[in-house]
Ligand binder design. Structure first.
Ligand code: C2E
Ligand code: CA
Ligand code: CA
Ligand code: CA
Length: 273
């Protein structure tokens, strides 16, 4: 067992050294990316199940790197979180999403909430509330047109999360619980915080065709409705899923079946064109 353990350890260290090198290069590029304006936001619409009307738009970051090409968030957000760069990147995301949303409103498009993804690190910043206030003021976006998507990982840090979320809510900003059911003790956090929306993770939507998957989604929808929340299904890809989710009473759909995340101009064409 001891020998096995050492081999495992050696494997592990080799691996992490390799990773560390890639990470260092990526980290250097990431630092530069913010200064050089290499981040872009793509936008994915969310639609009401019944009316088909637009409910909201989720802003999703991409890194348009001259060295690496278009990098998806899964390839750099974890590193940004580890290094703390996510705080500055996250602030850029909130401001850019608010700026874009206000610009759309100024062009005469109907006011639609914009959702941004939040990382735990951002909640460790003592000035998060001030940052959000400042961005709303600077961009002129109404607080009701901003929605923060938090995860259960954030909600778990009850000491920091409860107060700050309450204060953010008092501004009029809305809160959505993202990736619902994939983290821990979800029910407790739903009860503790005033969450407006819950988002059913794609992992559940994918299992909608199974008896168990259907039961889980039905339960999440019923729970959400009992707590007066709007329930959003993510990763909706097929007309069959749309019908089944409608039958189960799901409120809002988001997924490739309706639209992939789009560059700002394409989003305008899709929504208002
Ligand atoms: P998420 O918040 O759960 O976002 C939904 C992800 O599912 C997005 O991937 C979206 O493009 C993808 N998606 C939407 N509909 C469908 C569908 O029908 N089928 C499939 N296969 N995928 C679908 P994306 O844009 O690659 O983002 C991945 C994750 O990266 C996000 O998951 C979120 O956790 C994180 N992320 C994205 N933008 C930001 C950001 O600005 N800040 C932070 N902290 N995290 C972000
Ligand atoms: Ca999200
Ligand atoms: Ca999600
Ligand atoms: Ca997810």
């Amino acid at each position: 067992a001891k020998k096995h353990g050492r081999n495992m350890f050696q494997l592990y260290t080799t691996d992490t050294e390799g990773l560390a090198k890639t990470d260092l290069r990526m980290e250097a590029l990431l630092h530069k990316a913010l200064e050089n304006n290499e981040f872009v936001l793509f936008y994915q619409p969310q639609y009401h199940a019944e009316s088909g009307k637009i409910h909201g738009i989720e802003a999703l970051i991409r890194w348009n790197s001259p060295e690496l090409g278009m990098v998806p968030p899964s390839a750099f957000i974890p590193l940004a979180e580890e290094t703390g760069l996510i705080v500055a990147i996250g602030e850029w995301v909130i401001e850019e999403a608010c700026r874009q949303n206000k610009a759309w409103q100024d062009q005469g498009f109907p006011a639609t909430p914009i959702a941004v993804n939040m990382s735990l690190r951002q909640f460790y910043q003592a000035d998060l509330l001030e940052t959000i206030k400042g961005i709303l003021k600077k961009t002129g976006l109404g607080p009701r047109c901003l929605m923060l998507e938090i995860t259960e990982t954030i909600a778990m840090q009850e000491d920091i999360a409860a107060d700050i979320l309450q204060q953010i809510k008092e501004l009029g900003v809305r809160i959505a619980m993202d990736d619902f059911g994939t983290g821990y003790s979800s029910l407790k956090y739903l009860q503790t915080f005033s969450i407006d929306h819950i988002k059913i993770d794609k992992a559940f939507t994918d299992k909608l065709h199974t008896k168990e998957g259907r039961a889980i989604i039905a339960t999440i929808i019923s729970l959400g409705h009992h707590l007066d929340m709007t329930v959003i299904a993510e990763g909706v890809e097929t007309p069959k899923q749309v019908q089944e989710l409608k039958d189960l009473g799901c409120d809002v759909f988001q997924g490739y079946y309706f639209s992939r995340p789009l560059a700002p101009a394409d989003l305008v064409d899709q929504l208002f064109g």
